[in-house]
Design a protein around this ligand. Sequence first.
Ligand code: ADP
Ligand code: MG
Length: 395
Amino acid sequence: MSSKMLRKALSRIDSMPERELKRLMALQVAETDMLESLLENGKVGHCVLSDQVIRYVNTPFCTLLPTNRLYLGRAEGRRLDELITDDEVLDYVSGLTLDRAEGEKEFYFQVGSEVRTILMASRRLTTQEGDYVDLAVRDISEEKRSEARLRRSESLASMTTMAAGIAHEIKNPLAAMQIHLQLLKKAFTKKGSLTGEEAERYIDVLDEEIGRLNGIAVDFLFAVRPMNVSLKKQRIEPLIQSLEDFIRPELEEAGIRLTVKVEPFLPQLMLDPNYMRQALLNIIKNAENAMEGGGRLVIDVHGSGDFVQIAISDTGCGMDREHLAKIFEPYFTTKATGTGLGLTVVYKIIKEHGGDISVTSEVGEGTTFTLSLPVPSDERMVLAEGGVDGDNLDS
Ligand code: ADP
Ligand code: MG
């Protein structure tokens, strides 16, 4: 029977025949029994307080929290600190008032050799007779444990993926090195001695493969290590120049024409040149991979508003939207020997520089990566005075 119906019956109780009154009481007893049994045998402990005095408490509440056995089953009307023996719980509950009843807190108790985690959720309970604070407690030890298990298995899974990635990547260069060492040995035994020129082709391969192994190690370390960038105000031109000198021979060999354009009078930027170089190299490497049969690579450095932008465009295979959406995800790769970490690292580095990165791509046409690096405020005038972009003079 609902409390609304009961209240209605109560309003005419004086004129109620005794038989009906008894029937009503019996119904009510049965219902109270049922509710009590629900509350007593459930897993949630409840304690209803009025000014720290217990109005109602069930058995689960007393078994989940450290309690004074003396008052078990007859705690109603007593203060909570007579029933509960744990200071931390009492401390927390004493801070709860009707106006600030809402809250949640986890408590840890040693039970035998086990640690139990008990979650206490409190709220304001509004009834016709008045408002109370309701404390609901439940044992969440098992949930906690499976959460921890899940976390562990997740990190284990990513470690496995990564280890598999490393192993896969390392295998090819090692195999190539082994083959060329054997060829070198054979050539030696056959001839007794080799000229530098004869040895060169083997040594070149070894050199190249060692470079590749080093690249793999660098990529992985960059991806997993916390980044430790140290930003210093400096010009970006020397970095671009040394990068150009470094990549030009390799690109030319791959049939890729390189154009580098740097706008004059660029402001200085907050840079960690080692990290920035790594970021640019990763993008250039990808561009090179995308232009199998050769092509054109343009690096364009220019000012744009409060930013200096570095745009790197290739005339490679390009990507569709779906492909584009995934490229910064760790381990996403479309290459047989890719790590899928290159762009993850780029993203991390650019973010550490307070910058941003955007990509446009057309399948079959090519791709442009644009890095935007913020100009420090004391350098912004330089951009406005020197920039080709006349708008900056006004803004
Ligand atoms: P990896 O180079 O090891 O595959 P990256 O994180 O560097 O890992 O790149 C992820 C993927 O993004 C590449 O496998 C490739 O599919 C795509 N990608 C990146 N740069 C380009 C580009 N310039 N042109 C076409 N696809 C690219
Ligand atoms: Mg890459």
